[in-house]
Design a protein around this ligand. Sequence first.
Ligand SMILES: Cc1cc2nc3c(=O)[nH]c(=O)nc-3n(C[C@H](O)[C@H](O)[C@H](O)COP(=O)(O)OP(=O)(O)OC[C@H]3O[C@@H](n4cnc5c(N)ncnc54)[C@H](O)[C@@H]3O)c2cc1C
Length: 379
Amino acid sequence: MSPSGTSVIVVGGGIVGLACAWFLQCRGHTVLLLDPARAAAAADAPGEGPVRSGSLAALGVLMADSFHRERGRAWDLRQRSLELWAEWRQELARRGHPIPYRSGVLLLAADGDEEERLAALGARKRALGLPLEPWDRRRLEQLEPGLPQPSLAGLHSGRDGQLDPGSALAALAADGRQRGLTVRAEAAVALRRDGGGWRVDLAGGGAERAAWVVLAAGTASGTLLKAAAEVGAGVDSGPWELEPVLGQALELELDAPLPGPWPGAVVWRGVNLVPRPDLEGGRRLWLGATLEPGRRADPDQLRELRGLGGAAPEWLEEARVVRRWQGLRPRPVGRPAPLLEQPAPGLLLAGGHYRNGILLAPASAAWVAGQIESLPTGT
Ligand SMILES: Cc1cc2nc3c(=O)[nH]c(=O)nc-3n(C[C@H](O)[C@H](O)[C@H](O)COP(=O)(O)OP(=O)(O)OC[C@H]3O[C@@H](n4cnc5c(N)ncnc54)[C@H](O)[C@@H]3O)c2cc1C
């Protein structure tokens, strides 16, 4: 608990905004979360139809230990997040809001270069004491149903895994509300300085005020910051541009439950095959995701994904598509993801998480809380 809670407005209720709002509320701050989609997102499940926020479209694969580096900011954030997700899940389950987590990610090598890279990655991570285990071809061949081919070698990461983003959003929102978090289904349209704090103008008219504002509104965070810098609110001029990168994904129904099952989510040539043992007696599998700059979904890319570029095993080809959806990932232009910045005193940006927002949400929230608690301002 913070000794003296402050007032905070969080703009955006995707996984990053909700994680920030929940964590700040837990630490004794008074938090208002603004998101016009929160009302529509009550079911918190991906579906067909219009392009969705990244958080409602994500597959929830958390790749922290198996990240290709082992030092630097991106590595530190991943390690911190993996620890925090474990703590947060425990705390949320204790309070009646469990988030299922299926541990294990199996990375596959489809060619000789990948095989060498995976072997080197595994050796470096094992030197740090991390549980990354090499799987040889014989072991991979024993898995059922059969893996996409070629699968020359594998690297299994025991602590990485998959959590359902819909359950995570629902758990954070429900527990946050029980702790006093206020949620308004409103869009922020402008930011202004207001005494020692900030005023946020709302699309429906009216405004909200707080000592701190946290921007976690996907690509809209960049637009809000740019506009605030232009009206001279003392906001650093950036660059804050966040560009959308669209991802399409599929839910498939298999003839029979995945036997075995696989030792977690499988990654083959960058495509995630995510068993969902919790859905329809274990007969469902998520497949994704495409990487398409912009906001328009390309049917050819979806076809390529569906057939794994011609490498889909028979059982996968025969599976029935029961759902397809798409979402946008916010990617910083010309800067490494994510952007954790303070563009003006009392104004924080937690955005641009691109492909790893589900993984990085807790470490981002911890960074936000650290900024607020080390530099108290205003009211
Ligand atoms: C198909 C797909 C698969 C993915 N798979 C994974 C994965 O396996 N693992 C992983 O870690 N990541 C994955 N990601 C990436 C992840 O989804 C994103 O990094 C993450 O969702 C970013 O979260 P966010 O909260 O910053 O933004 P968003 O999810 O975009 O949320 C932003 C929110 O802000 C709201 N908003 C917008 N404008 C305003 C405004 N003016 N005022 C108030 N609110 C506003 C929106 O309604 C939205 O709810 C995937 C993404 C996609 C598209």
